[in-house]
Design a protein around this ligand. Sequence first.
Ligand SMILES: [Zn+2]
Length: 230
Amino acid sequence: MLSLRTLADLILPRYCIACRCELLGSERHLCNQCQLMVSPIEWSKADDNTLLRALWERNDVEAGGSTFYYRHESPFHNIFVLLKYASRPDIARDLTLSTFHLWMERGLTHGADLVIPVPLHRARLWHRGYNQAEWVARGVAEASRLPLRTDILRRTLNNSTQTHKNRTRRMTAMVGAFEVHGDTDLNDKTILLVDDIITTGSTIADCIRALREKYPRINIRAYSLGWSGK
Ligand SMILES: [Zn+2]
């Protein structure tokens, strides 16, 4: 006898958000094939891995992790198109919820106090209607049961033409793009900074600079759903 899920799939097929193949049975968002490509093995430790070594070039981050390699030619590219341009931020939360345990097991959230998403400038937020990094952070907060704080970091520069700039210009454009608000003392606290994609690491670096300026003894970790690699 057909299960309800199979019956529903016959009427309304569901597709993998990465490779677009038809989803079967208990597969959700990702097909089993794409699920296998999640979290490459060499990123085995939260306090030493390839993403972290790239971030260390200009960041003082004690731990970090990312769930996918993000490349234009990879099926995971489709995920970020959906997140950014197709009003599907819920995918960011669901995917994080179903994959983040890999990083929790590796200690990324162990002893952490807060989850803080990289904010969007309010003009961009108004235009898009949501901050996709915040939806990733919701998944992180829900999986780890850590509090989510969206009121601490604020983006003060709207670098909306960023994709048209080259790497060097993009880095300089980000300097001083963030401000820290509120009176929660974050000295000696450990925060997990969350973005949807890490590319050059300059956005994370600028967030860290702003946070450290106000709280010199803050401990910072970083997580993103996608990382463009080196
Ligand atoms: Zn797939």
